[in-house]
Design a protein around this ligand. Sequence first.
Ligand SMILES: Cc1ncc(C[n+]2csc(CCOP(=O)(O)OP(=O)(O)O)c2C)c(N)n1
Ligand code: SF4
Ligand SMILES: [Mg+2]
Length: 358
Amino acid sequence: MSTTTNVPPAPAPAPAAGPKVNRLGLPVTDYQGAKSTLCPGCGHDVITNTLIAAFWEMGVEPHKVAKMSGIGCSSKTTNYFLNRSWGFNAVHGRMPSVATGAVLANRTLVGVGVSGDGDTAAIGMGQFVHLLRRNVPMLYVIENNGVYGLTKGQFSPTSDYGSKLKTGVVNDLPAIDLCTLAIELGCGFVARTFSADRKQLLQILRAAVAHRGLALVDVISPCVTFNDHPGSTKSYDYGRQNEQPIHELGFVPTWEKAAQEVDVPAGESMNVDMPNGGTIRIKKLGRDFDPRDKAAALDLLRESGAKQEFLTGLFYVNPEQKNFFDLLDLGPDALATLPESKVRPSRAALDRINEELR
Ligand SMILES: Cc1ncc(C[n+]2csc(CCOP(=O)(O)OP(=O)(O)O)c2C)c(N)n1
Ligand code: SF4
Ligand SMILES: [Mg+2]
């Protein structure tokens, strides 16, 4: 007689614990890119890693993202995240026009531009201002270290008046404040943060991804090789000692039911609902500031700029602002996928136009 007949079978081995996945079922490794070749400790690498976290947590499909950049250490970083996405590395300062073309040709893509303070505010300024005034829907990250890192650390247009190079040379030109400029020119999401303040950076990037128009995120991102010394106002030490967050904020996407997902303690707070879903939760920190008030945002930046204060946070948000697609009355389909019958005028239509031009 068998003694094993009634012995229940051994339980099936528990499935091996797999990697943590996002709402699409994708592990974070699906959002990573090539290994960085930047200097160890460069602030730009922190931004890269936080972009990976933000896109993974937001559950954006990697193949629906188009990454664009210009030239500089900062512009190299689009190679270091989202290696399953589309990408284009443009000429120095010319990313905005390439990005405009890409998102117009396929409005179903999520546009992400990464640029430097030189790429944006020096050679690229002529293109950047038109991206702002058109409100082209995309995330635009400025990795702002106050120098041209790739060409060995010359002052850039965002270097503060009176700040010093490693050689002791003092900057005698006033800085351009890119957040003030963006608000003036009609950008509907404008934030400044610090690459060493990863918690704030992550929440701002998550909210920026949910915005319907151009979201400008100016990240002070120290260059450890050329601008991290005493006398610099873009060094880690300067940033850590002088950063003044204007509020605490968190972004709660629609599928994250509970507010506890976001680390915003109870207190005097406000909610800003985003049209594509999700809510920005803002807790005031001392000052009575509402980022939906454009005039207040400009006043705050002008006053703090005159005092050379390093404020961080979401300065301005207008979730309802018309973007470039609205202004062009663009249909829901990607232009790039329309059949020839829809994009090519008929012979009769061409004849009519030619007739009118006679
Ligand atoms: C047309 C053109 N002019 C000048 C250069 C040289 N150049 C390369 S990167 C760069 C500045 C990059 O500075 P920034 O955008 O701040 O990026 P960072 O390296 O600091 O991240 C310059 C002037 C170039 N590549 N092309
Ligand atoms: S030179 Fe500066 S900006 Fe470029 S990788 Fe090195 S630390 Fe970063
Ligand atoms: Mg720079």
